[in-house]
Design a protein around this ligand. Structure first.
Ligand SMILES: Cc1cc2nc3c(=O)[nH]c(=O)nc-3n(C[C@H](O)[C@H](O)[C@H](O)COP(=O)(O)O)c2cc1C
Length: 199
């Protein structure tokens, strides 16, 4: 079975929802899937006034957190981070910064990689977040598997770089049908290409 890891950071839960959607689609595509959240780096007291952040923290804090070994295990990895000032969130970057030893051994190379994000606004930096993330994946020697416009549904969500969800002015938009379809397409595509690379 092709092994897919979905490794993501999420503060207020949108990334967690997107990861679950990817997991469902990857399992339907026949993959063995490992979903891991990237651990929170902030003291929960500092976001106690934010109910969505606290709820997501409580729901995930006792689940196994992402480690470099999850990447080594996988044939393909889909990473996720919220957009913060047009790039990845600091806990996500902290996780990437912990990967130097595996990188030096070449253990991050030759795998299929793609990414997803969310932002409050439609033009708030989703594409730059994904492209910034892909820069690190090139340093890994990874095989980038962006969705492009490889299916008609990509002309509906409109993001050839990966998948992005717009969470809205109050940060509460649920996933719409176009984004769900795009997540399903990305998961299936990464599983397919990762499977070919692993042969
Ligand atoms: C420090 C910070 C910076 C942010 N920067 C942006 C931004 O540049 N553009 C944008 O549209 N939303 C921005 N947001 C909103 C987040 O992208 C949005 O809340 C995110 O989709 C939440 O994902 P999550 O629920 O997985 O944490 C920012 C939020 C924070 C806390």
């Amino acid at each position: 079975m092709t092994k897919l890891a979905i490794l993501y950071y999420s503060s207020t839960g949108h990334g967690t929802t997107m990861a679950a959607e990817l997991e469902k689609a990857a399992q339907a595509a026949g993959a063995e899937v490992r979903v891991r959240h990237i651990a929170e780096t902030r003291d929960p007291a500092t976001f106690a006034e934010n109910p969505a952040w606290t709820a997501n923290y409580e729901a995930t804090k006792d689940l196994p957190a992402a480690t470099g070994d999850d990447i080594v295990w996988a044939d393909g990895v889909i990473f996720g981070s919220p957009t913060r000032f047009g790039s990845v969130a600091s806990p996500f970057q902290t996780f990437f910064d912990s990967l130097g030893g595996l990188w030096a051994q070449g253990k991050l190379a030759d795998k299929a990689y793609a990414a997803f994000t969310s932002s409050q606004t439609a033009h708030g930096g989703q594409e730059t977040t994904i492209v910034n993330l892909y820069t690190s994946l090139m340093h890994f020697g990874g095989i980038l598997v962006p969705p492009g416009y490889t299916d008609g549904l990509k002309f509906v969500d409109g993001n050839p770089y990966g998948v992005g969800h717009v969470t809205g002015p109050d940060n509460q938009n649920e996933l719409d049908d176009a984004t769900r379809a795009a997540l399903g397409h990305l998961a299936t595509r990464v599983v397919t290409i990762a499977g070919k690379l692993a042969q």
